[in-house]
Unconditional design. Sequence first.
Length: 289
Amino acid sequence: MIWEKLLEKKRIELCKSSEYLEGFAAVDISADMRAALNAVQQAAESILNKLKIQEGRVNFTNKDEKKGYVTEFDQLSESVIKQVLSNYANYSLLGEEGSSLTTSSEKTWIIDPIDGTTNFVMDMSFSAISVAMKHHDEFVLGIIRELHTGDIYFAEEGKGAYKNGKRITVVQHSDNPLVFINNGYSNASKENAGLQLAKLASIIGDFRKFGSTAYELACLAEGKAAAFIASGDEIWDYAAGLVIVKEAGGHVTDWRGDPFEFKSSYIIASNGDRSLHKKLVEASSDLQI
């Protein structure tokens, strides 16, 4: 079992949050980012400690409308993040598992306590904690922490993108591009993904789907793929990842090539190669509803 092996080998280090934050001392981060990093680390500690206690067992239930699973770990993670961030500042908050807090602040935390819950339940790789901040209608801060490796990706508007405290950038070439093609749970979204794949066959080198939008976007930002295309995701799935991609030098639009708006679920994120991005838009635009 993946979780058992990881916990036995201690490949995921559980350290105190204060020690964890010291690892980013050389990076220019705001007080908001520091609070969010602290919240994400405490949530990861809570998840992994509970996994140890339960010897890797994960209890889950089905969400309504066949929208995947929810586990006690999702709820635990969101509860920890909400508590830490609420104690830090009186910002609004929106979480996948029902957390909602509306204040007079122009800032809103957006939380996905475990993105890739199906992978988590099935004892597969690729699940992550994702926290973003929306200021007015713009995503300005994003953190993604992959649970299996402990890798943490983060970015703030105008400050660049980082993985484990080291600067990252998108891949600089688009030869035989590797593209993530993702979809939501609705039948229409699944059908769109199939139609799109057929139209992209002559454009892309190959495609992937990891089951975690957040981690796929982190991989794009790190230069492991040339583009990401999705429809049907929720705001907490992609908010943090889009900040990180943009700050890593990527380009983001909707499927028609228009500037991406946070209320949309049609996303094309690329490595910034405008020729490739244009081809992806041309193959996708008529599928956007």
